[in-house]
Structure formats: C-alpha cells, structure tokens
Ligand binder design. Structure first.
Ligand SMILES: Cc1cc2nc3c(=O)[nH]c(=O)nc-3n(C[C@H](O)[C@H](O)[C@H](O)COP(=O)(O)OP(=O)(O)OC[C@H]3O[C@@H](n4cnc5c(N)ncnc54)[C@H](O)[C@@H]3O)c2cc1C
Length: 387
C-alpha cells in the first residue's frame, strides 16, 4: 500500500498552490468567506472567478485540452479540489456543467454537440443546470411525467421540474423528459438540452432553510427544443442519465478538507474551554471519522488511477461523508452552546456561518441520491441482499 501521490501530481500541486497564493481574491483565504450583498452579486463574483481559473486551465483539469482542460489524471483532479478547499478559495460555480454535463456530452454527444457546448463550460461562458427531479419523481426518477412531444424538426416540452440548483442563472439545462408516453418506467425517456432563455421556461426560486435561494422550481410550458438538441437516441435517455448520475458521487476531497477544518475549530474550542470526558470522547470520534473519510477517498482514488470503474463504493463514500458531516456539525454546535445557533450579532459563532452550515448539511443526506437509496444500493450490490 502506497498512499503517496506521484511526483507528477506533487509538482502539479506545488504549481497550483503558488497560483492560488497569487490569485485567491481578497476576503477569501483566511477563513472569512467574503460577504456578498445579494445572491446575484455572489453568482457574478463566482462566475468571474471561474473564468479567471479557466484562463490558466485550473478548472476541469482532467478534461481534454481541446475543451479547456489539461488532460491530466484523477490524482491531479483530486488535488485540485483539495488545494482549492485548503486555500479557502471560492468554489467553482458551474459545477453541474463541469462535473455532470461535460462528461455526459463527451461520452454521448455528437461531434457537433460537443463542439457547440463543451468549450464554453469550463470558462463559465455558459452555465448549466440539471432538470431531472420532479414533484413526483426524485428517488424514483423513472416516474417522471414531463413530456417532450416530437413535432417535425423539434420537440414541444411541457412539465414541471423541482429542486433545480442555479436554474435562475443557467443558460442551458440537461432535461429528462418522456418522449413515448405509451410506455412507463425507464423506457420512453429522452435526454435533451434545453435553452433556459427559451419562451415558456419559467424559473421560480425556492427559499431554503439557510435563507438562500440556490434552487428552484422550473415550469415548462410549450417550450420548443430543436431535434438537434436531443442527446443520444430517441427514448434512449435513461442510459445517458446513468452516466450523468454516476458523476454525482465519487471521491470528496473538498468535503474532507472542510471537515478537517471543522475538527480543528472544535479542538481549538475544547482547548480554550476545557472538556469533560463525554466531550473528549466526541472529539476523538470526530477525529477518527475524518481519518476514515481520508482513507476512503484514497482507496477510491487508487481505483480511479488504475483505470477501474467505481461501483457501489461511490454510494458508500457519499453515505459516509454526509452522515459524518451531520454528526460533526451536531457536536460542534453543542460544544458552542446557545451561541452556536445565532445567525448574527456579536455572540454569533463565525458571524452565523456555523448555524447556516449546520442547516446546509441537513441536505447532504438527500442530494446526489438520498442516503436510504445509497443503503439500498450497498445492500443489493455489495452485500447481495434481496430487493
Ligand atoms: C440541495 C439540493 C440540491 C438539489 N439539486 C438538484 C438539481 O440541481 N437537479 C435535480 O434534478 N435535482 C436536484 N435535487 C433533488 C434531489 O435529487 C432529490 O431531492 C433526491 O433525489 C430525492 O428525491 P425527493 O426529494 O423527491 O424525495 P423522495 O424520492 O420523495 O424521497 C422521500 C424519502 O423517501 C425515501 N425513499 C424513497 N424511495 C425509497 C426507497 N426505494 N427505499 C427507501 N427509502 C426511499 C427517501 O430516501 C427520502 O427519505 C436537489 C436536492 C437538494 C437537497
């Protein structure tokens, strides 16, 4: 077992680290994320930051060079995310484009589709959203009812999508819609690209527990989608959706760094205030869990470096870090006492960011496939239990 990164990956890390020292915007890099006057401001700031990163090829480094990447391997991609988090640099905003849409189009898009869309994703010239979930179709996506009816050289789309992250800023969306209403389930679903500015697309932001409105309801009423924007075969969208969904889970270096920092803050707190035996046990448990998360990541990364495909273990990683995040946030909130729950004011912890983070991580057991679904996958595919 060798847990070291290759010399090439370490050289990549050193170059990136130096770049981040020189370019991470003011207000970041010291633990105090910059405050933005509104979500619009925040989005524009992140868009400009991603464009800056992309100009020097520090986004999607594992993408081919022709689309703006560096064509490097999984180690470098892992280190990119780890170092960005470690430097407390702002996050890349077009994550759906970079992580989900790009790989799906590279695998299933035609040459013309790849040419048209791929080179504008890393640079954030086009922002993408994912129009999969519906009010009655989340875990069971095959129950979706949005329709795309073929009409000559285009489709007419009608339906309602829900929980669409960043839809209010998106230029394009990947859409799952039923193109053969006569069949139920996975057959009869197609995978389309929809122009989010097309007539008939209405985006309604939804306010979350954190007070933010990152996700939305999207109403689609007689939206015209050219037939050229169908990805893959008509009624063959389910297989493409599997490619997209497979890229939602995997290693989670960013989460690892975030939780290592949370652990450090907890250690600082108990050193300052002292801790009884029960609290010391909790802190030790948190430290053990973070180390397990690191080893899980490295095990999965090793498989990726060897060119192996990820199976149910990506479910295990997602399940593990999301539950760890909720347990750790609970411990940290409890250790801070009532001040932990304050949103603002002098006594609020980290200017209220702790309570917002605690609330945000409630969603970790739902997004990217709920944890119950991950347990089902592990039960059936790893443990061989019956359905
Ligand atoms: C922060 C956030 C961002 C999101 N962004 C997007 C996005 O950009 N685009 C998009 O398309 N979607 C997005 N989603 C939606 C997300 O994919 C769904 O919420 C998720 O798939 C669960 O679906 P649901 O909410 O409809 O819950 P349901 O599927 O209705 O599930 C309700 C509960 O029942 C459980 N359950 C369901 N089926 C089973 C089963 N077979 N066995 C055991 N338990 C089961 C679930 O685990 C859950 O606890 C986002 C969600 C969140 C929280």
């Amino acid at each position: 077992m060798d847990l070291r990164f290759s010399p090439a990956a370490e050289a990549f890390r050193a170059e990136l680290r130096a770049w981040l020292v020189a370019h991470t915007p003011g207000g970041y890099g010291h633990g105090d994320a910059q405050h933005h006057a509104s979500l619009d401001d925040e989005f524009e700031f992140h868009r400009a930051w991603q464009a800056r990163l992309a100009a020097d090829r520090w986004v999607g480094v594992h993408w081919p060079r022709e689309y703006g990447g560096r064509g490097v391997g999984p180690e470098e991609n892992y280190l990119l995310q780890e170092e960005m988090a470690q430097a407390r640099a702002p996050e890349v905003i077009n994550r759906i484009g970079v992580n989900l849409v790009g790989p799906s189009l590279m695998r299933h898009g035609t040459a013309a589709q790849r040419e048209r869309w791929l080179s504008r994703i890393l640079s954030c010239e086009d922002v993408w959203c994912q129009l999969f979930s519906e009010p009655g179709a989340g875990s069971d996506l095959t129950a979706l009812t949005t329709r795309a009816d073929a009409d000559g050289d285009h489709f007419v789309v009608n339906g309602r999508k829900l929980w669409t992250s960043w839809a209010q800023y998106a230029d394009y969306g990947i859409l799952l819609a039923r193109t053969d209403p006569a069949v139920k389930g996975a057959r009869g679903i197609s995978y389309l690209v929809i122009d989010m500015r097309a007539p008939g697309v209405e985006v309604r932001p939804l306010r979350q527990l954190t007070g933010s409105t990152e996700f939305n309801e999207v109403l689609l009423e007689n939206v015209t989608v050219p037939r050229d924007d169908l990805i893959g075969e008509l009624n063959g969208g389910w297989a493409i959706a599997q490619t997209t969904l497979a890229h939602e889970r995997g290693t989670s270096p960013r989460q690892l760094v975030i939780h290592r920092m949370l652990l450090d803050s907890l250690l600082g707190l108990v050193r300052e205030r002292g801790a009884d035996q029960a609290r010391r046990d909790q802190v030790a448990q948190c430290a053990i869990e973070v180390e397990i998360a690191r080893l899980n990541n490295l095990r999965t990364l090793t498989r990726l470096v060897r060119g192996e495909k990820l199976g149910p273990e990506s479910s295990f990683i997602k399940l593990y870090w999301s539950e760890m995040s909720q347990r750790m946030h609970d411990v940290v909130m409890e250790a801070h006492g009532p001040a932990g729950a304050l949103w603002g004011g002098e006594r609020a912890v980290a200017d209220g960011r702790l309570v917002r983070s605690w609330l945000y991580y409630r969603a970790a057991s739902i997004f990217a496939g709920s944890n119950e679904i991950q347990r089902n996958i592990i039960a059936q595919r790893t443990l061989g239990l019956p359905r």
